[in-house]
Design a protein around this ligand. Structure first.
Ligand SMILES: [Zn+2]
Length: 504
């Protein structure tokens, strides 16, 4: 087989338009449980010395018996329900047999013919404002493998990860652009994190993506035919998924256009060279010889249990976003950002509870949070990870108090931004900062009048020009008043006094 990693082929838009991209995605998501899938070993393997989170069960010792982790089953049910799946009354664990150094038993326990969840869907928003439904074929439960580490000429095996519960979430081939794949994955991660079933930490391997990618001509589509699928294995960032799909689409179309044939293979993504590379041919793929795991009973899930889990489901981010829009009048843009992370949702909702929902308050809060506050968070923190909000010194109730000071005209909005910066650095209460720094807004007309009198005296020629009809000088005088009061004048009071006194 010759599959070269040539630079990105050039294809005209006209040619691209004659094809449809068809993508399905498998996501492997580690389930956040304290212990492993079939034994009591801890799952906190990150940073642990190799092979210190192991026991006879996850090492595959003869005679050891697996026991199903109830928490992992419930997390999978929760995810399945959030993804609108049917929860099977009976799920069956099976052995998937293959030999690999990171698989101590020589097989992986997974669900094959009878998965826990099937026939769901997830709606995603596209950039043009439309919605697309991505069908979820199945969500099943299995165990993670160990890891191999290459050191010089040796390959070392660390089995701390072997047996960590893993959910596999598989879509139908409903994705038709790299952007749709990105939107699907982003939303899926938000939901899993929100449910607390997965950390979403892709860099730590807690979520791994495998898109299968094919293209077909519009004629093939009309006949209901599909192209040959190429699977890209183990992508650990959504950005790589998007790029790998875009790259494969163009590679496959170029290949077909030049008279070639797409081979069914597994590829990897070379981040440095920004291209897909051949891993192994699927023709030589293992025959996994699946059979029901004899050491585990069928997993029986009563309808009462399903309903119990359903009742525990929190309001999901999409529902929250819609509610913020419909009930609180938030704009879509802010509602989207605020519901992208559980920690941000929690922060926003606590602040709203303290601040109030009347007179457009939630939108005002959303503006401050996504504007000034996130700017401080981004500048201060490590990249654009909004989860840093959990460590911010400004508590939600303090932010609410700050906005209330602005509403009550104790400070003007510009001073509010200054106060927020100090709150962000110190964690002090806004009232305390305003008092300490003497930032309270000056609405006392006597003080404002004094300032205006001094300004008139110092700028007599300008005053004469204004009074002669040059009204655009009003802005100049207004600026002088704000300057003289160090920005603390109540802008409305200052404007009103200035208008009156300029008349002479
Ligand atoms: Zn174990």
């Amino acid at each position: 087989m010759t599959l070269t990693t040539k630079s990105k082929p050039e294809i005209s838009q006209q040619t691209l338009n004659q094809y449809e991209l068809v993508v399905g995605i498998e996501v492997h998501a580690q389930v956040l449980t304290r212990s492993k899938m079939f034994c009591r070993c801890a799952t906190d393997y990150a940073g642990a010395p190799p092979n210190t989170r192991v026991c006879p069960v996850c090492l595959g010792m003869p005679g050891s018996l697996p026991v199903i982790n109830r928490a992992a089953v419930e997390a999978t049910m929760k995810s399945g329900l959030a993804l609108n799946c049917t929860i099977a009354e009976t799920a069956i664990f099976a052995r998937k047999n293959y030999n690999y150094p990171d698989l101590p038993k020589g097989y992986q326990i997974t669900q094959y013919e009878y998965p826990s969840c099937e026939h769901g869907y997830l709606d995603i928003d596209l950039e043009d404002g439309s919605t697309r439904r991505i069908r979820i074929r199945r969500t099943h439960l299995e165990e993670d493998t160990g890891r191999t580490v290459h050191v010089g000429q040796y390959t070392l095996v660390d089995l701390n990860r072997a047996g960590v519960p893993l959910m596999e979430i598989v879509t139908e081939a409903d994705i038709h652009s790299p952007e749709e794949a990105y939107a699907y994955l982003t939303r899926l991660r938000t939901i899993l994190r929100y449910l607390g079933v997965n950390s979403g930490d892709m860099e730590k391997g807690a979520m791994r993506c495998e898109p299968n990618i094919s293209v077909r001509t519009l004629e093939q589509k009309a006949r209901g035919e599909y192209g040959t699928k190429v699977e890209v294995k183990n992508l650990n960032s959504f950005r790589s998924v998007r790029m790998a799909i875009a790259y494969e689409m163009e590679r496959q179309i170029a290949l077909i256009e030049s008279g070639g044939k797409v081979e069914q293979v597994n590829m990897g993504w070379d981040e440095q060279r920004q291209c897909t590379v051949l891993q192994r041919s699927k023709e030589s793929a293992h025959d996994y010889r699946y059979f029901p795991e004899p050491d585990l009973p069928p997993l029986q899930v009563s309808r009462a249990w399903v309903e119990e889990i359903r009742a525990q489901l929190p309001e999901l981010p999409i529902a929250k976003r819609d509610r913020y829009e419909q009930t609180w009048g938030l704009r879509r843009a802010e509602a989207d950002i605020l519901t992208s992370e559980k920690l941000v949702i929690d922060y926003f909702e606590t602040a709203v509870a303290a601040y109030g929902t009347n007179d457009g308050k939630p939108q005002r809060l959303a503006n401050w949070l996504t504007g000034e506050f996130f700017r401080l968070l981004y500048t201060d923190g490590d990249g654009q990870d909004l989860r840093q909000i959990a460590d911010a010194k400004v508590r939600p109730t303090q932010l609410a108090a700050l906005l209330q000071l602005v509403d009550d005209k104790v400070i003007n909005p510009n001073t509010g931004k200054k106060v927020l910066e100090i709150m962000y650095a110190t964690g002090d209460d806004p009232q305390q900062i305003v008092a300490r720094e003497g930032l309270a807004m000056v609405s006392d007309t006597l003080v404002i009048d004094d300032a205006i009198a001094a300004i008139f005296a110092a700028n007599a020629p300008d005053l004469a020009r204004y009074r002669a009809g040059e009204e655009k000088l009003f802005g100049f005088f207004m600026g002088q008043v704000m300057k003289a009061t160090k920005g603390k004048a109540d802008p409305n009071a200052a404007k009103q006094r200035l208008q009156e006194l300029l008349k002479g």
